[in-house]
Design a protein around this ligand. Structure first.
Ligand SMILES: [Zn+2]
Length: 225
């Protein structure tokens, strides 16, 4: 449990300042994508193990391991933003899932996957069923998160910041263009728990490059879990 952040008072958040803040409006010019089937390599299944109420959202701590652009990262926790924080080619999806990773130097990388309304999401069902307000509970059964991780399509990549205080910079972002789905009923159920929007406002790009990497149609070398 942390003190609840007030998203209506974002201008008053303690800011470490800087010119490389997140989230941003993501866009890549057609034809500028870099072919990179091995940009994101999921090395092991990803599991959620401990679910906690963070005031404005829920957080699922767990374990997993990946090579992100050929560098080793461990998965630390996943949490949700509603609506999405990044916009993708001008669109703002209903939700954004942040898979926070860290390497041995403590550097952070976030793999973000947006969700649009559609079919029910099995993992979100498990999460909502296990969630207990105002507490942190180890789950009786771990939640397998692997199928939420991007394995195909376009990945936007840029360097930014955490989107909550301390808003630290030097965070590497990998944002999937291809969304997962959640159902309208799931979104409504989530909104009963967390009625306030918890998306930080878009931040200036300030000449940062946003790269587009194409994972292709799904690498046959990626194991299916
Ligand atoms: Zn986040």
């Amino acid at each position: 449990m942390v003190e609840k952040l007030d998203y209506a008072q974002q201008a008053k958040w303690p800011q470490t300042s800087g010119q490389q803040q997140s989230p941003i409006a993501l866009t890549v010019k057609a034809g500028q994508e870099i072919e990179a089937a091995d940009l994101l390599e999921w090395q092991v299944p990803y599991y959620g193990e401990t679910l906690s109420d963070e005031g404005n959202n829920l957080q699922l701590a767990g374990r997993g391991f990946a090579k992100l652009d050929h560098r080793n990262y461990r998965f630390v926790q996943m949490h949700l933003h509603t609506p999405a924080e990044h916009t993708i080619e001008g669109q703002q999806p209903a939700m954004e899932w942040h898979f926070v990773h860290e390497n041995s130097l403590g550097q952070k990388a976030v793999v973000a996957v947006t969700a649009v309304l559609g079919k029910e999401n099995p993992q979100l069902n498990q999460i909502l069923a296990a969630f207990v307000p105002k507490t942190a509970v180890p789950l009786p059964e771990t939640i397998l998160l692997t199928s939420l991780l991007p394995t195909r399509g376009l990945i936007y990549r840029y360097v930014g910041s955490l989107t909550t205080p301390p808003l630290s910079e030097g965070v590497e972002w990998f944002v999937a263009a291809e969304p997962v789905t959640i159902s309208a009923a799931q979104l409504a159920q989530y909104r009963e728990l967390f009625p306030q929007d918890n998306n930080r406002e878009l931040q200036p790009l300030n000449q940062r490059p946003v790269m587009g990497y194409n994972l292709g149609d799904g690498s046959p070398e990626q194991p299916e879990y």
